[in-house]
Design a protein around this ligand. Structure first.
Ligand code: S6P
Ligand code: ZN
Length: 183
């Protein structure tokens, strides 16, 4: 057995490469129903990329005790007055926590607890965000360029997209008077 090997995955600023990297692209069309301004949403090209995710799953999904690692590159822009954002999710195993961190660009991390209280933290290169269990999370790009961020989460957390798709967050991140505000 080789005792010195090369890593399976390389993180180069905002990009994860290697044979073990899983890639996912979400288009604007995949975000149907999430934005407040339906008319503005329909004026968008549904095939346009909203974000790309590169993930490393070193163990099988659902494994207790393992970790997953991912990088997301979220495009800038507004749909109506609402910033382009990720779908957002909570975890199937609701007590599972997660770290996000800012790599490039600027944005806002949105949190919502089980009582539907919503709050936000600024994301910027070097910012670190701890997401408690029982807390839904999503990211919005409030800048003029790509927002790249990392995530690390338990391999048995699972993703629950349905709750957010159905009920949304209790507040939206809107551009009001030229600045991001929860409304
Ligand atoms: C996975 C981690 C991220 C997100 C990605 C896209 O747990 O939180 O990799 O999957 O940022 O967001 P979403 O809400 O569409 O999964
Ligand atoms: Zn998560």
């Amino acid at each position: 057995m080789e005792t010195i090997t090369l890593p399976k995955v390389i993180l180069s600023r905002n990009t994860l490469t290697g044979p073990s990297v899983n890639k996912l692209t979400r288009t604007i069309g995949d975000l149907k129903g999430l934005f407040n301004d339906q008319k503005a949403f329909e004026e968008q090209d549904p095939a346009r990329t909203a974000y790309e995710v590169e993930s490393y799953f070193p163990v099988a999904e659902g494994t207790e005790g393992g970790l997953f690692f991912g990088i997301t590159r979220l495009q800038p822009g507004l749909i109506g007055n609402e910033y382009v954002m990720t779908k957002g999710h909570s975890h199937v195993l609701e007590n599972r926590a997660e770290f996000y961190w800012g790599i490039e660009g600027e944005g806002m991390m949105l949190f919502m607890d089980k009582s539907r209280n919503t709050w936000a933290e600024k994301i910027f290169p070097g910012s670190v965000h701890y997401i408690n269990g029982f807390t839904a999370h999503r990211v919005a790009n409030t800048g003029e360029s790509i927002l790249a961020f990392g995530a690390c989460w338990p391999s048995d957390a699972g993703h629950n997209y349905e709750l957010i798709a159905k009920n949304g967050f209790s507040k939206r991140l809107m551009k009001i008077n030229g600045v991001p505000q929860l409304a």
